[in-house]
Design a protein around this ligand. Structure first.
Ligand SMILES: Cc1ncc(COP(=O)(O)O)c(C=O)c1O
Length: 477
């Protein structure tokens, strides 16, 4: 398929504005060359982008079991709410008295998410999950420093944590202490006990963790860390498995980030705007990034927390993502929130049970919202890898699961069916997975050759990541 720059011809164009009827003014920094825009008509332009859209496989095309990272159900009503002119046509520097409705959205979202997580206060400034982690760690740091406890320089991170956890800890200036998981996929409690000490600033726990397991020792874990004087951080990006059922605040956690763009709708895949809202207990509230929204009289105003770590993002965060999250919570209600979590867990366990017939489960225990298979045996027996199976799925209209993650499982495929898929869809998907297993044994070459039906076949993914060409170079290419 041709690029838009390779289409059309000089002279063809799309007139959006009438000819200028006032004297032209020369600007001091006027461009020396033309913009180099494509010369295409409106019809060509529309056809080009429609053709591109048809080549993409998205949630609206078929089953999309990508694990760990994204919300697949994005109710259309959320978009309608986020597009209301009262939300889109305000400016962040408007006087508070003129944006009371927007401030109320923040206050309402804070109250409801506080209830769901068991936290006392919240900021919506962080733009994504990893940004929330960084912010939460700065709160922990500010808390210890404020008490004059500056010897706490280490953050403990289990090996089943999401990859962003250790990266965020390093960015916040901490040394990471990695502790192993046991054969059951849970934190090795004795290793944790041995790791904590007077230099422990805190622990970061992804729960359910990256292998889809809820840590059964969670209360003991937070107690061990607190007894050593550290604070407990909950990576709540996977809260869609437990929301409305259990609360991190009740399990002893002091600070949490949520991926609103994952658990509370808003598509994440593709890098759209997100919100890594951070909730905390009363002891960390004075350190929150400012400004925060406070209730006063019958209205709302912005205030600076007493010992604020400062801003982590311009203005107040990605506002419309919060509007969508609030809409989602209010639409589902008190019963709907735990129901969504339970359905996510049910769907994952249903698929796991069916696939267990042939595939090897990395941890053969009841899972939460996702589960991880290891295709190491299949690779040894047939030469067919996790990548080959993933490519085979594409030929069957299914988006691949997350591949080769988490790193602690070899030849991993991580499957998250999500709560909104019907039994019929799950059965169809399971049938495809099981057929591909048989194909791996009967005709492995067919899978090495997959995909055959997609617009492009096997790509040089490493090359694309290492040497990305992100800009059309014209004749220079
Ligand atoms: C468990 C977990 N923690 C953290 C993150 C990081 O979130 P983000 O990609 O929004 O930075 C993710 C990912 O998507 C995640 O699944």
């Amino acid at each position: 398929m041709k690029l838009i720059f390779e289409k059309g011809a000089v002279g063809q164009h799309l007139d959006l504005l009438p000819a200028c009827d006032v004297p032209e003014v020369s600007l001091a920094h006027e461009r020396q060359e033309g913009l180099g825009l494509p010369h295409v008509s409106e019809t060509e332009l529309t056809r080009h982008y429609t053709a591109l859209a048809k080549r993409v496989h998205g949630v609206n095309d078929g089953f999309y079991p990508l694990g760990s990272c994204t919300m697949k159900y994005n109710p259309k009503i959320n978009e309608d709410m986020a597009a209301l002119p009262g939300f889109t046509q305000v400016h962040p520097l408007q006087p508070e008295s003129t944006v009371q409705g927007c401030l109320e959205v923040y206050a309402a979202a804070e109250a409801l998410l506080g209830e769901i997580t068991g936290m006392d206060a919240m900021t919506f400034q962080p733009a994504a999950g990893a940004h929330g982690e960084f912010t939460g760690l700065l709160l922990i740091k500010a808390y210890h420093c404020h008490r004059g406890d500056s010897e706490r320089t280490k953050i403990i991170v289990p090996d089943s944590a999401h990859g962003t956890n250790p990266a965020s800890a390093v960015m916040a200036g901490y040394t990471v202490v990695n502790i192993p998981s046991g054969p059951d996929g849970c934190v090795d409690v004795e290793a944790l006990r041995a790791a904590v000490g007077p230099d422990t600033a805190g622990l970061m726990l992804t729960n359910p963790n990256t292998v889809g397991i809820f840590d059964k020792n969670i209360l003991e874990i937070t107690e061990i860390v607190h007894d050593a004087g550290g604070l407990c951080y909950y990576d709540g990006a996977n809260l869609n498995a437990v929301m409305g059922v259990v609360r991190p605040g009740d399990m002893g956690f002091d600070v949490i980030h949520l991926n609103l763009h994952k658990t509370f709708s808003t598509p994440h895949g593709g890098g759209g705007p997100g919100s890594g809202a951070v909730g905390c207990k009363e002891i960390l509230k004075p350190f929150l990034p400012g400004p925060v929204v406070v209730r006063e009289g019958g209205g709302f105003r912005l205030a600076q927390p007493e010992h604020s770590i400062g801003r982590v993002k311009d203005f107040y965060g990605n506002f419309t993502v919060v509007v969508k999250a609030l809409t989602y919570i209010l639409t589902l209600g008190k019963e709907g929130i735990p129901d969504a979590a339970k359905n996510a867990v049910l769907n994952a366990n249903y698929m796991m049970k069916r696939l267990k017939e042939k595939y090897h489960m990395a941890y053969d225990v009841t899972c939460m919202h996702e589960f991880v298979m290891s295709l190491e045996d299949l690779l040894h027996e047939t030469g067919v890898s996790a990548m080959d199976i993933a490519k085979g799925l594409l030929d069957n209209g299914i988006h691949p699961p997350t591949m080769y993650f988490p790193l602690i499982v070899h030849e991993a495929l991580m499957i998250e069916p999500t709560e909104t898929e019907s039994k019929e869809t799950l059965d169809e998907a399971c049938d495809v997975f099981l057929r591909l297993w048989d194909l791996a044994h009967s005709d492995p070459q067919a899978l090495h050759d997959a995909p055959k039906t997609t617009p492009v076949r096997r790509l040089d993914e490493v090359g694309a990541a290492r040497n990305p060409v992100l800009r059309y170079q014209g004749d220079k290419q």
